[in-house]
Unconditional design. Structure first.
Lengths: 114, 114
């Protein structure tokens, strides 16, 4: 069973536009929600993360919006650039767990056209 | 900060041949370590995790195995490769302190089984 559901699978955005990727989870014990960015042939890299005590976190052009009651969170990329073209993964985990396991969404392939 | 090394970067192996992929971690001690597989255009599948030397847990039954002979060394092996073992293999290490909920990924090994 997929613990974290991510959509869309692929996304094409014009340069300067807003890219929005959505994720939903079921396990209410999750309390850490990171986003990873992966370029072709590279390992994923942590982009931004949020904890449920806030509803939004912004770092530069990247913003996470978090809706605890709906069990949903999303990544917004403002002023999207061709260099943002990559695969984005959302994830969820329980803070402080012994294993530290991250449950990943299936990924969204973002293409930003110049 | 941590640095994760993976070797080799790419590998082409015939069906039925053995496999050994190596992951080493710098900048931390006694980390939780993880092996993931990413099939082409797909998400991240957790294969194995380890919380310490000699401690390996498997997430998915398969013909792969893992070992952790040293604190910061994690090895993925197979006695006989299958076509379905092709993919991008990623090693990850758990963060420490304030980053304990984060996983840091290595550059990956691209495995093609022919």
């Amino acid at each position: 069973q997929q613990q974290v559901k991510q959509s869309p699978q692929s996304l094409i955005v014009q340069k300067g536009g807003i890219s929005i990727i959505n994720c939903a989870y079921e396990n209410t014990a999750f309390d850490y929600f990171p986003w990873y960015q992966q370029f072709p042939g590279k390992g994923p890299a942590l982009l931004i993360a949020i904890r449920p005590d806030v509803s939004e976190k912004k770092e530069g052009r990247f913003t996470i919006s978090f809706n605890k009651s709906a069990k949903q969170f999303s990544l917004h990329i403002m002023d999207s650039q061709p260099g943002d073209s990559a695969t984005y993964f959302c994830a969820a985990s329980r803070r402080g767990s012994t294993l530290g396991r991250l449950y990943f969404g299936r990924g969204t392939q973002l293409t930003v056209w110049p | 900060s941590q640095t994760i090394h993976q070797w080799p970067a790419t590998l082409v192996q015939p069906v039925g041949s053995p496999l050994s992929l190596e992951c080493t971690v710098e900048g931390t001690s006694n980390p939780n370590l993880y092996w993931y597989r990413q099939a082409a255009g797909r998400g991240l599948q957790l294969l194995f995790y380890s919380v310490g030397i000699g401690q390996i847990s498997s997430e998915v039954p398969q013909n792969l195995s893992a070992s952790r002979p040293q604190d910061r060394q994690f090895i993925l092996s197979s006695k006989k490769l299958l076509l379905s073992d092709s993919g991008f293999y990623l090693c990850a290490s758990r963060g420490r302190g304030v980053n304990t909920d984060t996983q840091y990924f290595g550059p990956g090994t691209r495995l093609t089984v022919l």
